[in-house]
Design a binder for this molecule. Structure first.
Ligand code: NAD
Ligand code: ZN
Length: 346
């Protein structure tokens, strides 16, 4: 369940009073420690003993070493099965904290308090927890839902623009795959900043929550959330070796532009809708250049994905503005044409 917090955090305080927790552990990274923790501590009213667990910020920390460190600390601090873990952070913290909580003593309760736009609208919702293994993202994890998700949108006021823009891509995706009105409202925003996205956050969270409710284990409709992510993930992986890696949402934005064009080539959407959608996305992401990567390096990554067979690659694509399909097989010729199309744009 998603609850929006008001300035006095009363919903969170009521939640803590109603449930009987033996101890509260708050997991933060170095940034959420500085920017978000003081706000939470300033508003918490509880007698339950509390400990802060801090890890370094960054995707590189979302690994088994950090998880092991957290399991050890929980053990040393005598966390029992009635302890609560509060994940206060972006997607790295909610993914890893959820994983640690869902496995420690076969599972203790946890709540998410997302602090980035990406984690508010996407990562904290849906019950996927996990860590990276070697250079593979989210290789080890569980499906396990937080007791609740508490959202305090004011946290976004300290989030850097680049991170805000990364999360905004997932909001655009929610509109494109499931809600035309949401999409149309979002593309009216002139400049992405905390104030301008505030009014649309709840709607975006609701879209994800509704889809997950219907198909928790990604057997069917949840796959539509992967729109923009097939090509997006390949580009994200290639950028990992560069000095300036792209953020997830930036790669997803390129992926969405390409996969919108692919939807058109596959006769799923009209040329007019294709143009409208691409113009809408490019308004915010005009600048990510993929000229360092060849089409074959991108397509090889797509073919290596175990979901794909022969020369066909499975995509979640648009079937209109606000509707989508999943498990749509595309031939590599159309993918090549799509990547050529993107290169001509940039
Ligand atoms: P992140 O957690 O690394 O946060 C981005 C940066 O912002 C970090 O440096 C963090 O310290 C900082 N930060 C966080 N909140 C802040 C605030 N309020 N003010 C200032 N700085 C702040 O990254 P993210 O983009 O939130 O999440 C990415 C992760 O989410 C990836 O690991 C991805 O795999 C995962 N993810 C999971 C799901 C899922 O369904 N579980 C979905 C999408 C993404
Ligand atoms: Zn994503």
């Amino acid at each position: 369940m998603i609850t929006l917090l008001n300035d006095d955090f009363s919903a969170l305080n009521e939640f803590l009073t109603e449930k009987s927790f033996s101890k509260i552990f708050i997991l933060v990274d170095e940034n959420t420690h500085d920017y978000c923790l003081p706000i939470v501590l300033g508003n918490l009213q509880t007698e339950i003993p509390m400990e802060i667990l801090e890890v370094e910020a960054g995707e590189e920390m979302k690994n088994i070493q950090t998880a092991n460190h957290l399991w050890e600390i929980l053990t040393e601090m005598k966390a029992d099965r009635k302890a609560l873990l509060i994940n206060l952070g972006g997607g790295v913290i909610t993914d890893m904290g959820g994983f640690v909580a869902s496995t420690y003593k076969r599972g203790i309760r946890f709540i998410n308090i997302p602090t980035t736009l990406l984690s508010m609208c996407d990562a904290s919702i849906g019950g996927k927890t996990g860590i990276d293994l070697m250079h593979y993202k989210n290789m080890v994890g569980t499906f396990c839902f937080p007791e609740q998700i508490f959202v305090f949108t004011d946290f976004l006021k300290t989030l850097p623009y680049k991170e805000l823009r990364s999360g905004f891509a997932e909001m655009l995706k929610h509109g494109l795959i499931a809600d035309q009105l949401h999409w149309e409202e979002l593309i009216k925003i002139h400049k992405i900043d905390a104030e301008s996205v505030f009014p649309y956050i709840k709607a975006s969270m609701d879209i994800k929550e509704e889809i997950v409710k219907v198909d928790c284990y990604e057997k069917n409709v949840r796959k539509t959330l992967n729109f923009g992510h097939t090509i997006g993930h390949a580009i994200e992986s290639l950028f990992l070796e560069k000095e300036n890696p792209v953020l997830h949402g930036e790669a997803v934005a390129i992926g969405m532009i390409c996969e919108t064009y692919l939807s058109y080539l596959e006769n799923l959407i009209s040329e007019e809708d294709c143009q409208k959608v691409i113009d809408g996305i490019r308004k915010y992401y005009p600048d990510v250049d993929i000229s360092d990567f060849t089409n074959s390096s991108i397509i090889n990554l797509l073919l290596n994905d175990k979901k794909n067979t022969d020369n066909r690659i499975n995509f979640s694509l648009l079937s209109g503005v606000g509707t989508s399909v999943f498990d749509h097989e595309c031939m590599t010729e159309n993918i090549t044409a799509t990547l050529d199309f993107y290169r001509k744009l940039s």
